[in-house]
Design a binder for this molecule. Structure first.
Ligand code: ADP
Ligand code: MG
Length: 451
């Protein structure tokens, strides 16, 4: 039945979508009347639910199910590694069908970074046009847009997208030749070829490929001999309908000292840009990274990092690594407090105030309770005092109103008022309580100081 479902799905979506989302999916059988499908991470889970749940249910209906239901479950890491070899995708049905190729040999992907796939690329409003263009090119190399020119600031995913096209093609057409090269190594190869009198080899290498990815083409500026050679490479490929993808930190018209004939060729196909990701996209990228390294990171920590690092995705990922390393080196659980400390030496302080949840968690931890116990209905002194301390500190540090605090703790505002005056009254008298308040205040304020 799963093969039938996949067959139905495959008829209704593009090959790219199929390979990105359905090929890695795992059929976990029927549970409680619902077909359960395993996906790699919660990003994929959210995405397929949003995009394909209806389609999948249609597929089941088509196969005779009366009340079809599909749910998605995130697979544990070990299973994930086994998906591809175990479940090769079925051949594409229909008259235009061709058998799905075996997984590509390593050969034509050797210049590609295995991490830079479409599946690992988070799509947001900042990059969806570039992503769509790359997908289109991956589906119809040499036909959709040629050349595809992707520009944008450093660290925004240009190289990643180029490699993704390469992987995609390598997987579908194992015999196609794919070459990824930075403009710098293209230049060096050329210089060596000239010096060693190996121009024929050089030309064979670059002119015999089916997909040429040339990264950071802005570095052609001012290099006349390289431009000349690249011009001929470009023409040879273009005339043979071979796909060319170029990246740059700026559009062709802004590349100084680029020959007019090259510039105009760069403008023949499609020019698309990638902008800085917005907050939600940054959080999604962090989430995906965390899941890939099988690290559980609280949402509020991801958000803190995403607020801290705003423009460069490589730095965003670096910040995540730093936070995780800091927490494990210090052997403390990951929290906003810890994350802010981990980042405080690297990034300019950010405006983040202490949140109620921070106070709750810190207070609970201090008294050896769980946050739920503090917010719960327990009336024992061991819970009541910490609860009052937490309310007092929230009032003191966050600027929330009594009703807001009451709501957070599941109580009314007069309870909060009572707690605040109770703790105020005990300060200086009850030494244990005073110490607790001071320690916690120090801990929580520390964050603000360092930010
Ligand atoms: P550029 O070539 O534009 O300088 P890269 O492609 O090298 O940027 O991307 C920098 C890092 O950010 C890489 O690790 C890449 O995987 C990651 N990255 C960029 N964009 C995305 C995205 N949309 N989703 C997931 N990771 C991304
Ligand atoms: Mg790059």
């Amino acid at each position: 039945i799963w093969a039938d479902v996949l067959g139905y799905v495959r008829k209704n979506i593009s090959e790219v979508e199929y390979h990105t989302w359905f090929a890695p999916m795992k059929n976990l059988g029927v549970q409680g009347g619902s077909l359960v499908l395993g996906v790699r991470n919660s990003f994929a889970q959210e995405y397929v639910r949003r995009q394909y749940q209806v389609l999948l249910e249609d597929a089941l209906r088509d196969l005779g199910a009366e009340n079809p239901q599909v749910t998605f479950q995130v697979l544990p890491a070990v299973q994930e590694a086994m998906i591809l070899p175990e479940d090769p995708p079925p051949p594409r049905p229909g008259p235009a069908g061709r058998a799905a190729p075996d997984p590509a040999p390593a050969e034509n992907r050797k210049s590609l970074n295995p991490k830079y796939t479409f599946e690992n690329f988070v799509v947001g409003p900042n990059n969806n046009l570039a992503h769509a263009a790359a997908l289109a090119v991956a589906e119809s190399p040499g036909k959709a847009y040629n050349p595809l020119f992707i520009y944008g600031d450093v660290g925004l995913g240009k190289t990643h997208l180029m490699h993704a096209v390469g992987h995609y093609m390598a997987e579908r057409f194992p015999d196609k030749r794919i070459e990824y090269v930075s403009t710098e190594s293209f230049t060096n190869d050329l210089i060596n070829a000239i010096r060693e009198d190996k121009m024929t080899q050089f030309r064979n290498r670059y002119r015999s490929v089916d997909l040429l990815l040339v990264d950071d083409i802005q570095f052609l500026a001012g290099k006349e001999r390289t431009q000349e050679e690249f011009f001929h490479t470009f023409n040879a490929l273009y005339e043979n309908h071979k796909q060319i993808i170029l990246s740059s930190d700026r559009p062709p018209k802004d590349i100084q000292t680029l020959e007019g004939r090259l510039r105009s060729r760069f403008e023949w196909g499609l020019i698309t840009d990638i902008q800085s990701p917005e907050f939600e996209t940054r959080v999604a990228i962090l989430k995906m990274n965390a899941e890939q390294s099988h690290t559980v990171i609280p949402q509020e920590v991801l958000e803190l990092i995403a607020r801290q690092v705003t423009s460069n995705i490589r730095e965003l990922e670096g910040a995540l690594v730093r936070v995780v390393a800091y927490a494990s080196l210090n052997n403390v659980p990951l929290s906003r407090v810890v994350a802010a400390k981990a980042l405080s030496n690297v990034f300019a302080p950010q405006e983040v105030k202490v949140e109620m949840i921070d106070v709750l968690k810190a207070t609970a931890a201090h008294f050896g309770l769980s946050p739920d116990q503090i917010r719960g209905s327990g009336r024992a002194r061991e819970v009541v005092v910490p609860r009052q301390v937490a309310m007092y500190l929230v009032r003191d540090l966050t600027g929330h109103s009594l009703p807001e605090i009451g709501q957070f703790f599941g109580r009314d505002h007069s309870t909060v008022m009572h707690a605040v005056s109770k703790v105020t009254e005990q300060m200086g008298k009850d030494l244990e309580l005073t110490a607790a308040v001071q320690t916690l205040r120090g801990q929580l304020n520390d964050v603000e100081d360092e930010r």
